[in-house]
Design a protein around this ligand. Structure first.
Ligand code: IYR
Length: 222
């Protein structure tokens, strides 16, 4: 154990920071229309480092972020993702209630942004570790850990002025094969990363107010 003594912030400053951070995050939107303007690799690498600060079960950090800037690999990902999504949208794999829920988002099987963006990051969950003797090592709370890391990643990208889409083409198994990942890794989420295009639009969504997302139980003492 080592001491951990982060400086206390006074209440006014605390409120200001909390509110400023909320405003910043409330300005984030998932983007499906990207420009092909370049984004420095270091910015994305720093966002991955930030994501990797996430708490994880037994500090196993059961994640691997696969970075793709190669146009040929991006094209292969687009083609494979579209093949799956075409079956979802047009081949009847998406149930009607799901299609209806997606209608306001205007999504379809076409995923042109996967080729347009300067970077794609694919977060793989590490289902189990492998020790020096090649033996399996149990990982804990893998989905929870990766979910938290994904959230920090999205926040870090937004903070750096970048846009992304939390994209989970379904099924995603094709990514393991295409990216030649070992069998202890499984795709968790895909993140096309770049700047929104000049003509980017997003659905006119509203977020739930605090009273719909928080309940207080009991009476706080202060
Ligand atoms: N994976 C599909 C469908 C999709 C599902 C949900 I839930 C969304 O919020 C958005 C899309 C696709 O990417 O089009």
């Amino acid at each position: 154990m080592i001491p951990y003594r982060p400086a206390r912030i006074d209440t006014d400053e605390q409120l200001r920071r909390a509110s400023d951070f909320y405003d910043e995050m409330d300005g984030r939107r998932s983007v499906r229309y990207f420009s092909d303007d370049p984004v420095p690799r270091e910015v994305v690498e720093h966002a991955i480092l930030t994501a990797s600060t996430a708490p994880s079960g037994a500090h196993r950090q059961p994640w691997r972020f696969v970075l793709i800037g190669d146009p040929d690999v991006k094209r292969q990902i687009r083609e494979a993702a579209e093949e799956e999504e075409r079956i979802n949208y047009e081949g009847g794999r998406l149930p009607d209630h799901w299609k209806e829920a997606l209608e306001p988002l205007g999504t379809d099987w076409q995923k042109g942004y996967l080729e347009k963006v300067p970077w794609i990051v694919i977060l793989f969950e590490e289902r189990y570790g492998i020790d020096d003797d090649g033996e399996r090592v149990h990982n804990f709370y893998v989905k929870e850990s990766c979910g938290i890391a994904a959230g920090l990643f999205i926040a870090a990208l937004h903070h750096a002025g970048l846009a992304t889409l939390t994209h989970t083409p379904s099924p995603m198994a094709f990514l393991t094969k295409l990216l030649e990942r070992p069998k202890n890794e499984r795709p968790f989420c895909m993140f096309p990363i770049g700047y929104p295009s000049d003509d980017c639009v997003v659905p006119d969504l509203e977020r739930k107010p605090l009273e719909d997302v928080m309940v207080e139980v009991g009476a706080a003492s202060s």
